[in-house]
Ligand binder design. Structure first.
Ligand SMILES: Cc1cc2nc3c(=O)[nH]c(=O)nc-3n(C[C@H](O)[C@H](O)[C@H](O)COP(=O)(O)OP(=O)(O)OC[C@H]3O[C@@H](n4cnc5c(N)ncnc54)[C@H](O)[C@@H]3O)c2cc1C
Ligand code: FES
Length: 274
């Protein structure tokens, strides 16, 4: 990335330009920031809510004019505070940080679930611009929780096809999105798989990509505090997810297979099962 690293780490205060309700628990916040407009899909920002916390969020929209967005799931204190923001309010950001997704493959499969769909939506925008042939597989527990289905389904291009799966069968295929992916990989040849969502889903996609000998990239979530490779809270094997990731290749995932799909570190360094 060509952005000067010190400028990227400088805190900026941005205005909320718009708020979009994506689902009962996910909202998209639109803002303007010149540096984020130059981000690569898969990169993330640290979002600061004064007096509450600073938390990592992927960019779900990246406009070259600087109009960008984050899509935030309601989880705890910081995300609740972000959800209270309205048009005209402001918040702080640092970033964009880390390594994003790579491009250049012609026929790609994208597999996402939950708020993991956020960076994949930004990725799809860029892949459509690059005229890639995109098969987008969306997963959620229920229809209400399926994110960006309209945004991606309405892309004015013959080159994006979307398939949804819900665990309760309220929309699309009933079951896990990895089952849909498995069926497709048996029949069709893809040049690349991208995945983001619950770690068990990404782990399954990693195993499938290995089996079918297809390159894969996944975006991992680990605890992030400094976001610039200093504090060590995001460590996975020999890597720091904030700097070497959050997007990791299949080769890198093989190197950290003792941790990937098994555990991550909590704030005190103890292991939490993923
Ligand atoms: C690279 C990256 C990109 C992310 N992108 C998105 C996104 O696009 N949309 C989205 O909704 N969520 C995203 N997350 C997850 C988001 O950061 C957490 O949901 C958020 O930090 C929860 O904070 P909280 O105070 O609301 O909840 P808390 O109650 O404080 O925490 C709930 C859980 O959230 C996670 N969490 C809390 N603080 C952090 C932290 N500093 N770093 C990482 N995880 C934390 C932990 O698993 C924790 O158990 C991303 C995380 C990472 C690492
Ligand atoms: S968040 Fe501090 S080293 Fe990655």
């Amino acid at each position: 990335m060509s952005v000067y690293p010190i400028a990227v780490n400088r805190l900026r205060i941005v205005d909320v330009l718009d708020v979009v309700r994506e689902s009962p628990i996910v909202r998209t916040f639109v803002f303007h920031d010149r540096l984020c407009g130059r981000a690569v899909p898969g990169q993330f920002v640290m979002v600061w809510v004064p007096g509450v916390d600073e938390v990592p969020m992927s960019l779900s929209g990246i406009g070259s004019d600087g109009v960008c967005s984050i899509s935030v799931g309601l989880v705890g204190e910081a995300t609740e505070a972000i959800h209270r923001l309205e048009r005209g309010n402001c918040f702080g950001i640092r970033g964009p940080f880390g390594r994003g997704f790579s491009f250049g493959r012609r026929k790609v499969m994208i597999v996402g679930g939950g708020t993991g769909l956020a960076p994949l939506a930004a990725l799809t925008d860029k892949l459509v611009d690059a005229k890639a042939d995109v098969t987008f597989l969306f997963g959620a527990k229920t229809k209400d929780e399926l994110l960006f289905h309209d945004r991606i389904g309405k892309v004015p291009s013959r080159e994006v096809s979307g398939v949804a799966a819900t665990e309760d069968g309220s929309y699309g295929f009933q079951g896990l999105i990895t089952e849909v992916a498995e069926g497709m990989l048996k029949k069709e040849k893809f040049d690349m798989v991208y995945a983001c969502g619950p770690e068990q889903m990404m782990y399954k996609m990693f195993l499938l990509a290995e089996k079918h000998n297809i390159p894969i990239e996944v975006s991992l979530e680990r605890l992030m505090r400094c976001a610039i490779g200093l504090c060590g809270s995001c460590v996975i094997g020999k890597y720091r997810a904030c700097k070497d990731g959050p997007v990791f290749s299949g080769e890198q995932l093989r190197e950290v297979k003792d941790e990937f799909g098994r555990f991550k570190r909590d704030f005190d360094g103890s292991r939490i099962t993923v």
